[in-house]
Every structure is written in C-alpha cells, then in structure tokens.
Write a protein that binds this ligand. Sequence first.
Ligand code: ZN
Length: 83
Amino acid sequence: MADCEETLRELETYLDHELDAPARDAIQAHLTGCMDCLQAFDFHAELRTVISAKCQSDELPAGLMAKIERCFGEDFDGDGRIG
Ligand SMILES: [Zn+2]
C-alpha cells in the first residue's frame, strides 16, 4: 500500500506510464482515498497537457510566421520603398 510520500515520488513515472501494473494499482488505490495526492496528480497531468499543447502550437506558427513575414515583406517592398 502506497503512502503519500511514495505516491508523490512515483508521480512523474506514473504520468509517463512507466510504472508496472501493481505499482500503478497501488497509486490509483491511494488516489481514490487521498484528495491531496489526487490534486497533485491532476495538477501535474494538466501541466503536461498545457506544456505539450504549447510546444505543438509553437511549432505551427513557426511556419506561419515565415509566410506572414514573406507577405509583409512583399507589401513593404511595394508600398514603403521606392526602388
Ligand atoms: Zn496521499
């Protein structure tokens, strides 16, 4: 049976899905009865979701930004500069 300290120590491993079934069961059993640990796990799980979403959305605009810059560049070339 996992206690709070052990549960929180395994938090990252648990979220990485790298725990074996008995350890996972022990933690899930603990989480059903311990709001403190459940909130800690929820917080970290949400944090991971936010971070991975942010990483993905950072990658998308990188390509978009190049296009936008090209568009602006052409605009500036036509409007702002007299060649
Ligand atoms: Zn606990």
